[in-house]
Design a protein around this ligand. Structure first.
Ligand code: PLP
Length: 378
């Protein structure tokens, strides 16, 4: 039985062209980028080409892009570095951020008790309240970092980076956005956006796992996050992941080159799913902002019943991979802090995240619907 993968917000399949590019580097370019001989220089060139590609697609300065092991490391670096190195004494965020942000905030609360952590209230669809943010920024001018994700990985709700960034700028606050779910899916123009830090992860856009980047606006330099060699311009010691960053750059290049076609295809699949759900599953409602949210995500909500209780499990047995929220809450949705923030502790529904990629087909969606019918209407 061939499986149907509809969990592309958790991770995406590696693009074969990306795999080829990485394999070539692995086999041919084994030099250490810090070595001064020919092999080293070739490897250095590959790392710097990858950096140029990222900077080009995001309209960033090359010197503001630092490679890391992924989204988690990048956000840890920004939040902890902002307190340690930039004198930040207040962080304003939201309760539905990814755990790489929320758990970094827990760490800061414990180790820097002078830092105030404020989580913004949310609308029913997961939008952080911008008027509360403005009030907080207006009422207190202590050095503040605002950290709000561009699109939520579980419910897809998206903020307007320009609007939030401008507000932060108006009140002199630094602005970090976890853009892990939107890099490669939405154009991001850092020459225009008033953001100081964003983060990306290759495996979310058909690149390899374990490699990502952080953009740090040049005027807000952090100190090294990993001490060691002088790699990444002293910011992150350790021999560079040459084939990883090559794969990241190749995947990003493909994502932005083919964005319009990929987006149109995914939007079609999502619209088809929405249409069929409205026709055949009137009991289904949605978590998040369906109209304005990320086009690759749809979070469905089923009334709890004996038939839906083990929905994820039964779909998995039927060969369909979806999730209950983030990748770590496989099997059940009890672990979703996002749904809890929106619905409270006593939520008695079954929540199911469907997330698409351009590799999915209409037949995949039809098979998902058919499996769903079999399980729910039993
Ligand atoms: N931020 C968001 C919104 C995510 O969806 C993820 C991935 O699960 C991460 C951060 C973490 O990225 P990584 O897996 O590269 O550490």
């Amino acid at each position: 039985m061939s499986r149907i993968y509809l969990d592309n917000a958790a991770t995406t399949p590696l693009d074969p062209t990306v795999a080829d590019a990485m394999m070539h580097v692995m086999q041919q370019h084994y030099g250490n980028p810090s070595s001064i001989h020919a092999e080293g220089r070739q490897a250095r060139t590959l790392v710097e080409q990858a950096r140029r590609t990222v900077a080009h697609h995001l309209r960033a300065s090359i010197g503001d892009v630092f490679f890391t092991s992924g989204g988690t490391e990048s956000s840890n670096m920004v939040l902890k570095g902002a307190v340690r190195d930039l004198g930040i004494t207040r962080i304003i965020s939201s309760p539905i951020e990814h755990h790489c942000v929320l758990h970094s905030l827990d760490y800061l609360k414990q180790h820097y008790p002078q830092v105030e952590i404020v989580l913004l209230p949310l609308s029913d669809t997961g939008h952080p309240d911008i008027s509360v943010l403005e009030h907080l920024l207006q009422a207190d001018d202590r050095p503040t970092l605002v950290s709000l994700m561009h699109a939520n990985n579980e419910i897809g709700t998206r903020i307007d980076l320009q609007q939030f960034g401008q507000l932060c700028q108006q009140y002199g606050a630094l602005f970090h956005s976890d853009t892990v779910q939107t890099i490669g899916f939405y154009p991001i123009d850092l020459s225009q956006l008033p953001v100081h830090f964003i983060t990306g992860s290759a495996h979310k856009f058909h690149g390899p796992k374990g490699v990502g980047f952080v953009y740090i606006n040049g005027s807000h330099q952090l100190k090294p996050f990993i001490d060691g060699g002088a790699q990444e311009r002293n910011m992150r010691g350790g021999t560079e992941n040459v084939y990883g960053v090559t794969g990241l750059a190749k995947a990003l290049d493909l994502a932005y080159t083919h964005l319009p076609q990929r987006e149109a295809h995914i939007r079609e699949l999502r619209a088809y799913l929405l249409e069929e759900l409205a026709l055949h599953f009137p009991q289904v409602t949605f978590n998040g902002d369906v109209a304005q949210g990320h086009y690759k995500v749809l979070n469905l909500r089923f009334p709890l019943s004996p038939a839906t209780e083990l929905l994820l499990f039964n779909l998995d047995i039927a060969g369909i991979s979806v999730s209950g929220g983030s990748a770590c809450s496989s099997g059940t949705d009890t672990g979703s802090h996002v749904i809890r923030a929106l619905r409270g502790d006593a939520d008695d529904a079954v929540n199911l995240r469907v997330s698409f990629s351009h590799y999915n087909t209409q037949q995949d969606v039809a098979s998902f619907l058919s499996a769903l019918r079999g399980i729910v209407e039993k």
